[in-house]
Design a protein around this ligand. Structure first.
Ligand SMILES: C[S@@+](CC[C@H](N)C(=O)[O-])C[C@H]1O[C@@H](n2cnc3c(N)ncnc32)[C@H](O)[C@@H]1O
Length: 412
């Protein structure tokens, strides 16, 4: 199974899938080393996926024109920026929030494009650029297409980075759904309740059932015919909350362990990238497995209604299946997982570590300085915006940041 762990792991505070155990090791050096090698492993997988590389090369060949200015959003190794420069782009702004930015810098500079690229080590939503771009580009396409922040990332970049009439890669997203009867999926979620695990820990399994699991499944794992779920124009803003329903026709007798979601994504006109379990030309990206809290028995000819609800910006996915026969609803949600913060705490508990305030830490310190037990929330917003208008690139981001700081560090 291809890992693609980074699609969820690398995005600060936006975990939809399990954090790999390799990231939680004792000792500062080992931890740092493992984070860098995880990052390198992740990007090695992306640049070795020949189907994905060929599709992006084709899309960039169609979209990027000689002399264009390109923004590579979540650039990772900057492989998409490199393709753009080779296609004739004059300049690339490469943005990544992780140490992958050093990989990007080394790659583009080594390839002779030093004078044609700028590197930004930050979340894209917190970067300001001195020029408008002809093209914005990314591969933020999650296991289920929308579940890695693709929609919000593009919307913000389109608004702040792209010239009017500029081009965007990718441009359209189609979502598909089926039901799964798979031993591999049962194994994936049974770990904490396995017979060899002490019974006191079996309750933890509920957390595994409440997450989106990356799984690389095949047609034989599906118990229902694939159904179209949604068709999103990525060049237009989407609502914060989305709800889609599909009717799943059961094709064989068995149990539904959960749902499987995947995407078809149009990178450029008529250039489609998919991780479909039923398409031989799929890229090496797992699909999104959404486990049910209990298996559901079904027969050939049954019809099952399945609903997916999502608030991508808040990292929430809810899935719901209606049992044929009695009509009972089985549902689950990423809201029920709730263990990622424990992993973060473990990682930061190094006794020899001397903490330094990061840039966001300093910004949070400023915001919290106004939280004096007298000012109201509105007065805090007003005071920060007045005294530190440049703390974040936009008023909207400043407002979000203040809300985050207050939610995290002030009493409710
Ligand atoms: C799926 S990888 C794609 C990397 C590269 N564009 C490619 O096509 O191989 C996504 C990259 O985006 C970065 N990233 C994720 N969310 C980000 C954000 N909001 N702002 C900046 N970088 C982000 C991750 O660190 C990771 O390197």
């Amino acid at each position: 199974m291809g890992r693609m762990r980074g699609l969820a792991r690398q995005r600060p505070g936006r975990y939809l899938v399990a954090v790999p155990s390799a990231a939680v090791r004792c000792g500062h050096r080992l931890l740092e080393g493992s984070v860098v090698s995880d990052m390198l492993d992740e990007h090695l997988e992306y640049v070795s996926d020949q189907a994905r590389m060929a599709l992006f090369r084709q899309a960039i060949g169609r979209v990027v024109k000689p002399g264009d200015s390109v923004v590579d959003l979540g650039c990772g190794s900057a492989v998409l920026g490199l393709m753009s420069l080779k296609a004739g782009a004059r300049h690339v702004d490469a943005i990544d929030s992780t140490s992958a930015i050093d990989l990007a810098k080394g790659t583009l500079q080594g390839a002779g494009f030093a004078g044609h690229a700028h590197f930004h080590h930050a979340l894209t939503s917190r970067v300001e650029l001195p020029r408008e771009a002809d093209v914005i580009i990314c591969d933020h396409v999650g296991y289920f297409g929308f579940d890695y922040g693709l929609i919000e990332l593009l919307a913000d970049a389109r608004r702040r980075f792209l010239k009017p009439g500029g081009a965007q890669v990718p441009r359209r997203l189609r979502l598909f759904l089926s039901a799964v009867d798979s031993e591999g999926c049962r194994k994936e979620t049974s770990g904490w309740a396995a017979p060899e695990v002490p019974a006191e820990f079996h309750w933890v399994r509920a957390s595994a059932l409440a997450r989106v699991h990356p799984m690389q499944l095949k047609a034989a794992d599906l118990i229902a015919a694939p159904a179209a779920l949604a068709d999103l124009n990525l060049m237009e803003d989407q609502p914060d909350f989305m709800s889609w329903t599909a009717t799943l026709a059961i094709e064989r007798e068995g149990v539904i362990d959960g749902l499987l979601g995947w995407f078809e994504c149009e990178l450029a006109q008529d250039v489609w990238m998919t991780n479909s379990p039923v398409n031989a030309a799929a890229i090496a990206r797992p699909q999104a497995y959404l486990p049910l809290s209990e298996p559901m028995e079904v027969n050939v000819g049954d019809v099952v209604q399945a609903t997916i609800m999502a608030r991508p910006a808040d990292n929430v996915v809810v899935w719901q299946v209606q049992r044929p026969g009695d009509g009972a609803l089985l549902s689950n949600s990423t809201l029920n997982s709730g263990f990622d913060s424990a992993v973060h705490r473990l990682m930061s508990l190094r006794p020899d570590h001397v903490p330094q305030l990061s840039a966001p830490g300093r910004a949070r310190q400023i915001v919290l300085g106004y939280c004096d037990g007298k000012r109201t929330r509105a007065e805090i917003h007003e005071a920060v915006a007045r005294d530190h208008p440049r703390l974040m690139p936009t008023p909207a981001e400043l407002s979000r940041f203040i809300n985050e700081a207050l939610a995290q560090d002030a009493s409710s």
